[in-house]
Design a binder for this molecule. Sequence first.
Ligand SMILES: [Zn+2]
Ligand SMILES: [Zn+2]
Length: 256
Amino acid sequence: MRKYGFWLAIAFLIVGCASDDSNDVVDGPGNNGNANLRNTGDSAEELLRSDNFDQLEVELIYVNGARPETTSINNLKSFLQARLNKPNGINIVERNVTNDAGDDYSIEEVSDLENSSRTSFSRDQTIAVSVLFVDKPNDGDEGNSVVLGSAYRNTSLVIYQSTIERFSRSVNQPSRVDLESTVYNHEFGHLLGLVNLGTPLQSQHEDAENDRHCNVDGCLMFFQINGGNILDMMNMTSIPQLDPQCIADLQANGGK
Ligand SMILES: [Zn+2]
Ligand SMILES: [Zn+2]
């Protein structure tokens, strides 16, 4: 069984996305082959192709009112519609939950919260993805080294919505929609198997120093867009797009 060894590498949009497995938590008794308990990237082909699943349902779960801008949700839907073969459509469902957590979230707590609040699961021709928007930061945040989102299982994302809002609310910061859309699309890119994470490379563009990320400057999956320090993102003025090599990988694995 593949361990969640690169969990940090694929998960951390911001912090030192590399070598530390210390937050590697979701590999446990529950990870037994159940459809929604597999590793990040394992559903890439199912998400991209229409053979097994011709419809996608994305369940957005807002914890204690942590909610994105409507435009950001629409941007995510457009991003997915452009790349996924889902002829029966992409449906977004939204729900609210309350949770009395402490001051922050470990990934274990995120996983527990998903277990207790997710209601959408793959069935028949529909594949389901859960996106949890939490209202407290990741427990590993320090200063300007923060986590904005993680792709922690094959159909599971967490977004640290309060942290996104903190870094997109004033002048000299990106617009909230730009930062939200960048994070949501980037993390979904990992579920689609980018880079070399379940979707095979068609050309060598994986960043040698930042596994599971693209080495093309400016690509949505380029680690340095988000790398190291949130301050590096503060002059962002548009939402990064996938570069042609990332798109070629997706197309070769059944996407469009
Ligand atoms: Zn990433
Ligand atoms: Zn790329």
